[in-house]
Structures are given as C-alpha cells and as structure tokens.
Design a binder for this molecule. Sequence first.
Ligand code: GLC
Ligand code: CA
Length: 556
Amino acid sequence: MKNEWYKEAVIYQIWPRSFKDGNGDGIGDLHGVLEKLDYIKSLGADAIWFSPLYPSPNADYGYDIADYKNISPDYGDLDLFKQVLDGAHERGMKVLMDLVVNHTSIDHQWFQESLKGKDNPYHDYYFWRKGKGKDGKKPPNNWLSCFEGGAWEYNKDLDEYYLHVFAKGQPDLNMDNPKVRDEVKSIMRFWLDMGVDGFREDVITYISKKEGLPNGFPLPIATGVEHYNKGPHCHEYLTEFRQDIMKDYDCFMVGESPMTNSKDALKYTAGEDKVLDMMISFDHMQADCLVTDTIVTPFSLKKLKKAFTNWQNDLYGRSWNALYIENHDHPRVISRYGSEKFWKESGKMLATMCYMQCGTPFVYQGQEIGMVNNHLTSVDQFKDVVTFNNEKLFKKLGFSDSAYLKIANRTSRENARTPVQWDKSKYAGFSTAEPWFSVNPNYTDINVKQQEKDKDSILNYYRKLFKVRKENKIFIYGDYKEHMHESKDFYVYERNYEGKKALVICSFADETKTFRVPAGFDLTKGKLLLQNYKDAPARANICPLRPYEARVYLFE
Ligand code: GLC
Ligand code: CA
C-alpha cells in the first residue's frame, strides 16, 4: 500500500457560519478561525476542510456560490483567508476547500448572463429547456429536486425552464460544455496557486446528466436521480480534472457521493485511473433511517456494522476510506447512534468505533466535545431549505406542526449547525452578539473550556485516540476483520499489521452485558491502549461490558 500524507492525517471540518465569530456580528468567520488554529491543531488535526467560504446569497448556506474566486464578506476577505492559510501551514496543517461545481448560485454572474438570451455564451453553461405539453407550460421532464419541489424553474422572459436538482437558487451547471469544465479547472488552479492543498468535491457524482434528460422513476423526492448520479460522463470529466490538475500540483481530492456502494466507489478511487483519493459515502449514515435522515427507523447496529464492514473489506489494499460519523448534513451522532443519557461513554465509544478502522478520520466541529441535537420549540426557528421542504412534504401527508417539529428536531441537519460551544458565557463564547442561529441551551454543561480542564472529557479522549492512532501504524495500515457480526450489542473488529494484532471492542448496549472474547485473543496478554471508563475494566476473557464501553487492545 502506498503511503501518502492523507492516509496518516486527521481532517477537521469547519462549517464557518457556526464555528467562531471573531468580529461580533453573530456570524462565524475567519477571524474566529484564526483565533482557534492552535485549538484545532491540539486535537491532532493535520488538515482543515472548510465548508464553502465564498460569497453566497445563502439559499443553501454557502453551497450556492456566487463567486468561486473570492471570500464572503460574512467570513472576511482574501487577505484574511491567506492569513488563515499561512497560519495553518505554519502549524503543519493543510487546507482543503469545498469545490461545489454541480451547481452555482442564481446570483453567479454566469447565471445572470445566461438569463440574457439564448445567444448569450453563458446560456449553455446551464440546462435551459423549453416546456412540454400543448401550451409548453409543463416542465421538460418529471424530475423532482432533492431540496425544493420540482427540479425545473420557469423563466418568463426566456420562456424556458432551468434545471436545479437541489434548491431553486442552485441551477445545475452543464458539465458537457467544455467551457464549463475549463472554468472548474481555473477555479482549482486559483486556489492551488494560493497554496491550498486540495478539495472536497461536493455531490461530485451528480455532474453528468444523461443525454436527453429522460423522465425518471417516480419517487417522493429526487425523481430522476438515476439519470444523473454517476452519470454517463462522470468518470471521464473527473479524469479530465484530475489529469489536468495533477500534472502541475500535488492536490488531494475527496469526493462526496450519495447513493454509492463500496463496489462503485472503487471505480472512482482505486487503480491507476482513479479520479478521487477517497469518497464520502453514506451507507453507514443510514443505520437509523432509510435513504434520507428524515425517514426514521429504529437504530440497527447490524446495519451499521454491515455498512462499515463492506467498505472496509472492499477498499482494503485497493483504495482508501473517509471515516466520518458527523458533518454539516446530519444530526449529531450521540443523539442518533449513542445515548444522551450515557453521553460521555457513548461519545467516546462512537469515536473509537469509527476511527480505529482503516481510513482517514474526519471530525466535524463540536463533535470532539460531544455536542448533541438541539431541541427547538417551534418550526419557524429552523433556517434550512431542507427542513422547509420536508415540512411541506409532511404537512401534505397530514402531519401537524407539533408532529413535524418532533421529526425535524430528530432528523434535521440543522442539529449540526448550532454554534460551537466554547465556554459557558453568554452565547456559549461563540459571539458577543446574538448568534445567527440558536445556541443549544446545554452549552453551560457541554463546552470546550470545561472539557479542556477535565482530563476525562470527550475532548481529551479524542486527543488521546488520535495520538494512539499516530503512534501505532497498525491503526492506519492494518487490515480489518470483523467478529461477532450477529451480535446486537457489540461491534468488535481486529486489525493486523506487521505481525501485530489489535482488538477493538465497542458495546452499543445501554446496560451491562457479558462479553466473550473471540477465539484467538487473550485479553490478559493484551496492552490496553484506550478505554472509555475511568476505572480499570475486567481483564478476563469472559467479562462484563458496561453501557457503551469501548476498549482497544494491542497484542505484540
Ligand atoms: C452536499 C452538501 C450539502 C449541500 C448539497 C448541495 O450534499 O454537503 O450541504 O446542501 O451538497 O450543494
Ligand atoms: Ca462574524
């Protein structure tokens, strides 16, 4: 297996609006990031991935970009960004930008030009189409957007519709147009020339739409997705980006790819013609839901294990995993897969379960202190286009306001977007002014300052875990073998590397359960590298495991 920096790295994700407000206007910004670089480094982070920092009208909080080569005034400016970039580099951390090129914002100059008429050179940057039906008033096909009703928006002046597979404010770029692909490469070069180290490529497997834009199989949302996810020219366009860029730069690329299994991922991330270094997958984020977070099911440990194990087994030695359990698109993981009651134990256990696997850890802001879901008291406190869209869908199905509020509080990605809880002062030390979005009221108990002081905190556990991972290459390069797959309580796997073995034991039970060590292991001979309870655990090979207990043993 080839050693590359990203394989040994820990990547910290910043969703800038809620990270830290440095200039007192209630909105997180790059001043705040600059203040916190030492903190990020102290976790053991080797790179920062910034969710979009570009100018945006915020139809989707930055994922609708109005200018790809600039910084939003909400967050600072290019000079301030350069200071952050230098500051990160001085501390040995790389910087990754979010590259959102499936769509732009409607405020982008290209889209504004495209509105000027069919002869405008930018018209063909997007999917403008005539309506269907006798009077031409029906949309060009039956596609539904992922975020906001139908996937086509009508423009009266042009008497045409434009395609948006996300929100109305996110018109899809026509990647079949070579000029658009040149623009993408020019954006990449702009940031790489400034010194950025790579990109997280947003919904990158959506960039090629099937010719003729045929009708899709009817679904409640995202009808048509089979015609654009991993579409006909997707691999080809990504090859073009990769080859063109990699000849001049050492650029890291991780691509987000919804609805992709581990076998598909290999086509993009393995072998000589790989187009991405890794893929952000979704299978393991569906252990308590179907397809989207909104359709909830009871949490299934077996589903979780199956998803992780498939990716671990299929990618080992061929490609590389992106290990994550939180980002800005999902509710907080303790509230989903762990337990708010066993908050500290489950927070540490979930980190152990995920990051002792083979792959690169991605940590999302606030995850390292065990931030949990928020509980808003009325639907009008929400801010996100997805929450609004779901509200419409659920209301159509007859759900009341209060019934939908419950669903949103459990499933909305806004749970991950509350301001980071730095201390117990007003507004959680995030800002001196009222923040743009509500602070979780539990900030007086859960905050960075308190956890800095507490040796036993979730924060200090994350630090230790990443140290252990760095000091023991087995956790980076070792193979993975799952045990006790049928267990509904335990997730157990071993790692093997250069004659050493490690055993990772995680309990998902909320009560003490008896654990039998898998054949071939003797816990009394192992070195206990990590554990999430303060007092020493039983060392026998048949022993009780306490609620959400996690242990990592090394056998040399
Ligand atoms: C990705 C982003 C998400 C965004 C969507 C549309 O899934 O992570 O936040 O809303 O793409 O750009
Ligand atoms: Ca600010």
